[in-house]
Design a protein around this ligand. Structure first.
Ligand SMILES: *Cc1c(COP(=O)(O)O)cnc(C)c1O
Length: 374
């Protein structure tokens, strides 16, 4: 089955009892043990969550999926694969919440981490230690849109007996499937493209390894960061249009990248869909489209806040992946928890702007940006 068909049908077969075409929302905390024994308590299992887990496993070409109350709920649960004395190699340009959990929470439990630019495979190899048990990847990264070679990195991780993890939120399963490239575990914030409408929070872990599934399924119930049945249903509803949304997100982002690249107020555009972008070749190898996220640098960093406030259609807000265009200033918003020196060393300058290109008419988006940057 092709992706667009799976997005509509996998896990979403008509209800065998009633024929309902849309999966029902099972709002229940517990289940009678007189009639069945598959379901015991709502933290452990829920049929609406099962439907979403089946859908996500199919979309990522995985065997198993587990859903959570947020992307960070999924990430927290994945990090319980690590124990005291273990070490993780982490992409330096990671989601701010991932940086925060490794440096402020996991460090307190005796788990060390080293942050490296995953584009340099020699640096990655050098960062591994005998006690390295996890490689944490994102591609494209947030907010600099760096592209890492997932296939090569999965090989390095395997050679060191570490679990390779890829946060696939930016690409979405419509454009990239890390498990097929040899990665062990895929992470999603379903809050973003999978949900797609800025109306829910959710997370997921997807894998092809029974041993990982057993551990993570146990942790899902033990830690309890589970999603509500209603949020699972909303996510399933969003997923039905994922294929067509990602096509349009990618086309709009490509148009905006071209427009911004030719604008005099802009000194650089980071988008793997641009033929001269450093990530273009690797992205072409492992992605089916370049996605709806881009970032760009304004020449005059003192004017960033004023300019973003002039936008009328594009909304100044954190988050991404919804139908509406959102724009934000990483240095003062999403990445303010990363210390300034570290931010600058990574290239997250004060002039950098991150843009989640929505599904509006591209001409309207271009006019809005043109007015704000004039
Ligand atoms: C948003 C996001 C997360 C965290 O997800 P929440 O649903 O906000 O908890 C993790 N990784 C990436 C790449 C994200 O964009």
């Amino acid at each position: 089955m092709h992706f667009a068909t799976k997005a509509i049908h996998a896990g979403q077969e008509p209800d065998p009892r009633t024929g309902a075409v849309t999966p029902p929302i099972y709002m229940t905390s517990t289940y009678s043990q007189k009639v069945q024994h598959d379901y015991v308590y709502g933290r452990g299992d829920n049929p609406t969550r099962d439907a979403l887990q089946q859908s996500l496993a199919a979309l990522e070409e995985g065997q198993q999926a587990l859903c959570f109350s947020s992307g960070m709920g999924a990430i927290t649960t994945a990090l319980t694969l690590l124990k005291k004395g273990d070490h993780a190699v982490v992409t330096d340009d990671c989601y701010g919440g991932v940086y925060r959990i490794f440096t402020r929470i996991m460090s307190g439990y005796g788990v060390e981490s080293t942050f490296v630019d995953l584009r340099d495979l020699v640096d990655v190899e050098d960062a591994f230690r005998p006690e390295t048990k996890m490689l944490w990847m994102e591609s494209p990264t947030n907010p600099l849109m760096k592209v890492a070679d997932l296939r090569e990195l999965a090989v390095i991780s395997k050679a060191h007996d570490a679990v390779s993890v890829c946060d696939n939120t930016f690409a979405s399963p419509a454009l990239q499937n890390p498990l097929g490239l040899g990665v062990d575990l895929v992470v999603h914030s379903t809050t973003k493209y999978l949900g797609g409408h800025a109306d829910l929070l959710g997370g997921a872990l997807i894998m092809n390894r029974g041993d990982l599934y057993e551990k993570l399924k146990f942790a899902q119930n033990a830690l309890g960061a589970v999603p509500s049945p209603f949020d699972c249903w909303l996510t399933l509803r969003g997923i039905k249009t994922l294929a067509i949304r990602m096509e349009r997100h990618s086309a709009n982002a490509q148009a905006m990248a071209r427009f911004l690249g030719g604008h005099k107020a802009v000194s650089a555009v980071h988008y793997p869909g641009l033929p001269d972008d450093p990530g273009h070749r690797t992205a072409k190898k492992q992605m089916r489209g370049f996605g709806g996220m881009l970032s760009f640098e304004l020449r005059d960093s003192a004017k960033v806040a004023d300019r973003l406030r002039k936008l009328e259609i594009i909304i100044l807000a954190e988050s991404l992946g919804g139908v509406e265009s959102l724009i934000e200033h990483p240095a003062t918003m999403t990445h303010s928890s990363v210390p300034k020196e570290q931010r600058q060393a990574q290239g997250i300058t004060d002039g950098l702007v991150r843009f989640s290109v929505g599904l509006e008419d591209p001409q309207d988006l271009q006019d809005d940006l043109g007015r704000a940057l004039a």
